[in-house]
Write a protein that binds this ligand. Structure first.
Ligand code: SAH
Ligand code: SF4
Ligand code: F3S
Length: 490
């Protein structure tokens, strides 16, 4: 059993643990936990939402390995189906509810042998209702309990289904060890969980709880181990507001990046998500001096209007936001910025909407994620009256997206003729043509044809020259292969 200290749901120290044994006649491996024997089984997981959720899914799958589960590629092959849900907007929510509904049929096909569980942010706030409403759902669990997943699965196989766990971890520090099982050189590392910001539209503080950081030494040691033993070269530091990292321990994200900078073999550091209010001068300085920090920063602005930002409780003004970008560009002239925008927030006027369009012109974002405002129960905004119609919201969203695409086409065009070093992530086939694709340091994806069709460039660093662009994509030509490991930066 994993005995590392945990900030994601401490397991009961007195509970049963997993023990492996081999059947002498068949040679098959089994796990015994308490008085239950677990034969080899398959788990299928469906994840919605942010990178934090995808990261949690990895962690859940890693835990389940010690209960003899491997991953099923198709839901039809699964013995256990788990949903890792997102509550941030209606869209992800609705998709999940329809998938969960379909599981009733799947369960009937397997004569009730299928176990179904729901985790993540919807489970945290709606778990009890879900259990009541969906008779084919066996259990639900919140994001702070995922390190007890094996205990929950054990419980269902022991015959105790229809339970719901949404405890908060109340330990002083958030302490975990990163688990990855994908075998790629890229890793996500959770450094802070929860959020104390309470933006008026956002459900996250209610689903992920209070902010809590891991200790700096623990994170550095964790990443040193990932680099040394698991071949990790690129790390993304994760949290809902990573700029708040370490506050309770007198530590900071700037300090953490400078420590990580010293790790031989680590090539690229990214972090997400940033809150513009908390991006400190020290952190901006680090963008100027770090050789490993990505030259892309995702800095969600949400709106171009000060009055809307105030209603959102975002704590900054557009002037502050633009000042942070100007300082970042001063420190690191090559930095590019992307953002999130919410269209049609509560009672947004046309003038306020126009301010967002103007901000797109001024800030020249590399790309944006934009969403129509979606009312979330429990949030402050949900308690206010709202005069905007769905149609206005959608029209404003479309207008923002089209305007940004026009701007993006121009910024992308300027990349033609430039050479970038990229880490090749995989292949894509489009209109019968198979191309490799990789990500630049500043997070832009470039597609390119191989010079030799048989050569496997997966996870190689290569130089490519951009040959053509559209608002949404970059095409390039292969220049040189730098191999799987880079020569250390001097
Ligand atoms: N912690 C991050 C991201 C949180 S959720 C941050 O502070 O930026 C990701 C994005 O979803 C947000 O940036 C916001 O643009 C969007 N979002 C959150 N709640 C929303 C809501 N109720 N309606 C529409 N979009 C929302
Ligand atoms: Fe939500 Fe705001 Fe926290 Fe981001 S900073 S997770 S938008 S409350
Ligand atoms: Fe969604 Fe929860 Fe992430 S609400 S965006 S999965 S923190």
């Amino acid at each position: 059993m994993d005995t590392t200290p945990s900030g994601l749901g401490l397991r009961d120290a007195d509970g049963p643990t997993e023990e492996w044994f081999t059947d002498q006649t068949t040679g098959q491996r089994f796990v015994k936990m308490g008085d239950i024997v677990f034969p080899p089984r398959k788990v299928w997981m469906k994840t919605y939402g942010c990178q934090m959720n995808y990261h949690d899914t990895d962690r859940i799958i890693d835990h389940l390995k010690s209960l003899n589960f491997t991953q099923a590629l198709e839901v039809e092959d699964a013995d256990l189906v788990l949903f890792n849900t997102c509550a941030v907007r209606d869209l992800a929510n609705n998709k999940f509810y329809s998938h969960l509904g379909n599981m009733k049929h799947q369960k009937a096909l397997k004569k009730d042998k299928l176990v179904v569980g729901v985790g993540g942010c919807v489970a945290q706030t709606e778990g009890k209702e879900l259990i009541k409403k969906y008779r084919h759902l066996d259990f639900a669990f919140g994001p702070d309990t995922i390190d007890s997943i094996n205990d929950m699965v054990y419980r269902t196989y022991a015959g105790d289904s229809k339970f719901f766990i949404n405890n908060w971890d109340r330990s002083e520090n958030f302490s975990i060890q990163t688990k990855i099982s994908h075998g790629t050189p890229q890793a996500f590392v959770n450094i802070i969980k929860g959020c104390n910001k309470y933006c008026t539209y956002c459900i996250v503080p209610y689903t992920r709880g209070k902010e809590r950081s891991r200790k700096l030494d623990e994170v550095v040691e964790d990443i040193r181990r990932l680099v040394k033993y698991q071949g990790i070269q690129e790390v993304t530091l994760l949290g809902q507001n990573v700029n708040s990292y370490g506050k309770e321990n007198g530590e900071s994200l700037a300090q953490l990046i400078l420590e990580l900078e010293k790790l031989d073999g680590l090539e690229l550091i990214r972090y997400t998500t940033s809150h513009p209010y908390d991006i400190s001068d020290d952190l901006i300085k680090v963008h100027g001096i770090s050789k490993k920090l990505s030259k892309h920063l995702h800095l969600p602005v949400q709106s171009g209007s000060n009055t809307v930002l105030k209603r959102m409780n975002r704590e900054y003004t557009i002037e502050h936001y633009l000042d942070r970008i100007a300082k970042l560009k001063e420190a690191q002239p090559e930095i590019i910025i992307s953002t999130d925008i919410i269209a049609g927030f509560l009672n947004e006027t046309d003038e306020e909407h126009q301010d967002t369009l103007k901000l797109l012109d001024t800030a020249k974002f590399d790309f944006i994620y934009s969403y129509a405002y979606s009312k979330r129960n429990k949030t402050r905004a949900a308690r206010s009256e709202d005069h905007l119609t769905k149609e206005i919201r959608s029209a404003r969203l479309r207008e923002i997206q089209l305007h940004q695409l026009d701007l993006q086409a121009v910024t992308r065009e300027k990349l033609v003729g430039k050479t970038f070093r990229i880490l090749v992530e995989g292949k894509n086939t489009f209109k019968d043509e198979t191309k490799w694709k990789g990500r630049t340091n500043c997070n832009r994806i470039i597609h390119f044809l191989p010079s030799d069709e048989d050569e496997n460039l997966q996870w190689h660093w290569v130089n490519v020259e951009v040959t053509s662009t559209t608002a949404l994509s970059c095409q390039g030509k292969f220049i040189s292969d730098l191999g799987k490991k880079l020569i250390p930066i001097q």
